[in-house]
Ligand binder design. Sequence first.
Ligand code: GBE
Length: 494
Amino acid sequence: MEYKLVLLLYLCGLTFEITNAAINRTFPATVKFGIATSTYQIEGAWNEDGKGENIWDHICHENPTYIVNKTNGDIACDSYHKYKEDVAMLKDLGVDFYRFSISWSRVIPGGIAGSPVNQLGIDYYKNLVQELVNNGIEPMVTMYVWDLPEILQDLGGWPNPELIDHFAYYARTLYEELGDSVKHWMTFNEPKQTCLGGYGDGNMAPGYTASGIADYQCSHMLLKAHAKAYHIYDEEFRAEQQGSVGIVIDTAWFEPASGSDEDKEAAERSLQFMFGWYTNPVVNGNYPQVMIDRVDERSATQGYAVSRLPKFTDEEIEYIKGTHDFVALNFYTANYAQWMEESDINDVGYYSDLNVNQFIDEDWEESASSWLRVVPWSLRKVVNWISKTYDNPEIFITESGFSDTGGLEDDRRINYHKEYLSNLLEAILDDGVNVTRYTAWSLMDNFEWTRGYSERFGLYSVDFEDPDRPRTPKASAAYYKQVIATRCLVDVCE
Ligand code: GBE
């Protein structure tokens, strides 16, 4: 652990103060602290009060072996019935804001534009928002965390262009119903998981594996749906509601495996394919040039008459450009990136289009999740890269967290947040990066998608054996509470 190093040199009457990056500095007042959850992971009540079926209900019920231990989110943390307890936990933590998501199929069970709004569904979110506001906690809402109404999947899911209008109808409904109190909106959580996971590698519902085609089509429609939801806010709600809208993108940090130009290029290309895939369109209007060039070229060599990466028209580029009021980043971990031999030209897929050897350092601390190693310095690097690449936007960290297999004495989780936050502090104070929010994942242990309940990220533990789903604070909850109260990561700040 580093502490402030003050070197005073009295030399020719001059005083030099050399201060290195120190952990015992205070977070500036511009930084807010929060914590996140998402609907399918916590709510349960999968078929109550008129809720429609979504693709996670569907895959868990139809294909139980898709999930570790054949579990599902039918009850999860039962937050549909226990939201007041959740808010009491948030209040105790002292968070400035709560990032949660809304279930599309609870609000609009029929899915398609123009179908009826389910009043009981919308009431649940109105009550939750009211409870937050009553307790002085700002609601921060994600419209879509991967739980597409099944009926829209039956129409083909995200690659179907009709979904743009169906999503726009849903977004407008949310602004109308909740926009008086909700001032921070995020359209999509991690589109790469929706598209590469859902249609490319099959790691997420609906579990299709058509990478290099369906994942690109999905992303194309999703970006247009995002832009439409943004413009609806601009044109119909912003003047009155005075809020902001963005999209949440996840990435790992990619560190060049060596100082060679090839490896540096491999790292940059990895970031562009993972983060730039979505961020470059919403900031600059189109996919990153390296992605366009590579997919166009490989498609042509493979004999496609058109690129597998769809094209935006000039009008679409103008329409999508600038559709964000902040950059929202979910960040957990890092990889090394290394140049590799061009893969077999017959391979059609996102990873062969990317063509980078990505690997981890086995010395990095493990978590319970195979993809998650603890790499604190990478947070400082990634926010600097975003700041530089996208012209110093306001950045929200909308998720970051550590998984274990359970237990209340979660020192390793405390260490994770302490070390990541320490690097964030350096990015803010020493590098001048404009990060204004940090959001811990997650408020409580929950349904971790295909990993079921086998990986635990919560600051509160949940007993999933008990029908009441009792919650108990872990040591990390006390630590986060102290950080928020003191704005300091150690016992005493300067
Ligand atoms: C977040 O994504 C999600 O937003 C959140 O909902 C989730 O609870 C949290 O991760 C913790 O899991 O078997 O290694 O090939 C890798 C973080 C799947 C980014 C995991 C998808 C990390 C993207 C599957 N990754 N995730 S595997």
